[in-house]
Design a protein around this ligand. Structure first.
Ligand code: SF4
Length: 477
């Protein structure tokens, strides 16, 4: 068969096809940022991350400031995910954009949104269109009809992934409802004011924790149970449906930022003087360290903290001894929590040589990356492309793939067990011993299904060739 020529920028790049035909192609070792990052669209519009979290908050009404093309696609997909809310928007065609009255049109859309029943906050979302991306906070009134107005700027050329767009939205709310405040000490030094006075309620609040990260609903319940044993408690999880939870963020004793992509929100809360704990209680070691970090941040009884942390670590170890994992797994999602899942799998005994994610490398990915590399992970790719994941299939010959839709489809076509990361993993608990038990049982079951995948492949396509031929890969997630 003659080689296929694919123009640059098409959904399948020539490098993918070359890789398939070149079994000896070796991967660059040790790189952490995509070496061949290209502009091939790999997911739908990242701004949907913002729109999704905002439309889920009670009392928040969105006004999309963009052209009709973006508006159509994003409105469609938002309703597909059951937003059950209207989305206000100016009628921006080419004529209106060229006329240059973007701010006036945005204010008109915000006014319309403010009149919708039950509205407490209007979020004006500015997207890619050059004319609307120039909208600034100062061009919008802080309130319309007594309703607060914020600006959420998520042009896809600056915000590359859904998770990072969620951070932009949450950060905009925190800046409005939990802004840094300062007080003067007796020495005349200005320092962040982290609580409002010294009454009983505020003291109580300073013993509580807010978790920052979209998690399965069972996780906050098990985290709260452990924190209560320490004399603390989980008071909210952000993103929350309740606007009042955002107002508490400046007053609690600590923020547990369990996902690494909330960098903007973390910076806002850090500036407000709230202690931040990064990482998450996934697997025995991380669980132990996380509970100890909470105890230290809240200045809880050290002996009690050690006791609870050690006990929860033992429970995790007991789960793993009953259901140990064995096998080579690739973790390739776009949720932004892939490093956490990889940690959990490695602690349970799996080999995870390759991890890829849609988010960028940051200060908050550093600890998990170092931990994973010290335990055998060879490649961690940030802002990944599907082509890189396909090459990892060739290079690492996994026993199981936890991947995006097209990667999972490609793995299954090769007779390799695969699960869609978002639908199968992000919809179940993963924290502490309770989350660990459910997750590793699921993974173990999937690993044990390998013979069935091989049989199915052989049934439809005959014996496996030494190298699979190129096949069409649809990169739309
Ligand atoms: S906001 Fe940007 S990425 Fe999103 S649909 Fe519009 S042009 Fe596309």
């Amino acid at each position: 068969m003659s080689p296929i020529t694919v123009p640059e920028g098409n959904l399948i790049t020539p490098s993918l096809i070359e890789t398939r035909g070149n079994a000896s192609a070796s991967l660059p070792t040790g790189h952490s940022v995509s070496p061949d990052h290209n502009l091939t669209p790999q997911t739908m519009c990242p701004a949907f991350g913002s729109l999704r979290v905002l439309t889920r908050i009670d009392g928040v009404q969105t006004a999309m400031v963009t052209d009709t093309g973006c508006l159509y696609g994003l409105t469609f997909v938002t309703h597909f995910y059951a937003s059950r809310k209207s989305i206000a928007a100016p009628a921006f065609g080419t004529r209106e954009l060229v006329a240059g009255n973007v701010a006036e049109a945005a204010i008109a859309a915000c006014t319309e949104a403010s009149r919708m029943p039950g509205t407490k906050l209007v979020a004006a979302i500015s997207l890619c269109v050059a004319e609307t991306a120039g909208l600034t906070e100062e061009m919008l009134p802080p309130q319309i009809n007594g309703v607060d107005v914020i600006l959420v700027r998520v042009p896809a050329y600056a915000i590359h992934s859904h998770p990072e767009a969620k951070d932009v939205a949450i950060n905009a709310i925190l800046k409005r409802y939990a802004p840094p405040r300062t007080e003067l000490t007796a020495d005349g030094v200005e320092k962040p004011l982290t609580y409002d006075g010294g009454n009983q309620d505020e003291e109580e609040m300073r013993r509580k924790v807010i978790m920052l990260g979209e998690v399965f609903p069972a996780d906050p319940i098990s985290v709260d149970a452990v924190l209560k044993r320490l004399g603390s408690g989980l008071i909210a999880t952000l993103p929350s449906r309740n606007l009042d939870d955002y107002k508490l963020a400046r007053r609690v004793g600590a923020i547990a930022a369990v996902h690494p992509f909330y960098g903007g929100s973390v910076a806002t809360l850090r500036a407000a003087g709230v202690p931040i704990i990064s990482g998450a209680p996934v697997g025995p070691e991380a669980t132990y360290n996380w509970i100890k970090a909470i105890g230290a941040a809240l200045k809880l009884d050290p002996a009690l903290t050690e006791h609870v942390a050690a006990e929860e670590r033992e429970k995790c170890q007991a789960v793993i001894s009953q259901v140990p994992l064995k096998g080579r797994i690739l973790v390739c999602g776009y949720e932004g929590n892939e490093l956490l899942y990889a940690r959990l799998l490695v602690e349970a005994g799996a080999e995870v040589p390759y991890i890829s994610t849609s988010i960028q490398k940051s200060l908050y990915t550093a600890a998990d990356e170092a931990w994973l590399r010290a335990r055998g992970t060879r490649e961690i790719v940030y802002q990944k492309t599907l082509e890189q994941d396909i090459r990892a299939l060739d290079a690492y010959k996994p026993d199981l793939v936890l991947g995006t839709t097209p990667l999972s489809a490609e793995a299954k076509a090769r007779g390799i067990p695969a699960m869609y990361y978002t639908n199968m993993l992000s919809v179940r608990p993963m924290f502490l011993s309770a989350g660990l038990a459910g997750t590793i049982q699921l993974i173990r079951d999937a690993l044990e299904r390998a013979p069935r995948y091989a049989w199915m492949r052989e049934f439809f396509e005959g014996p496996m060739p030494a190298e699979p031929p190129p096949s069409t890969v649809n990169t739309m997630d």
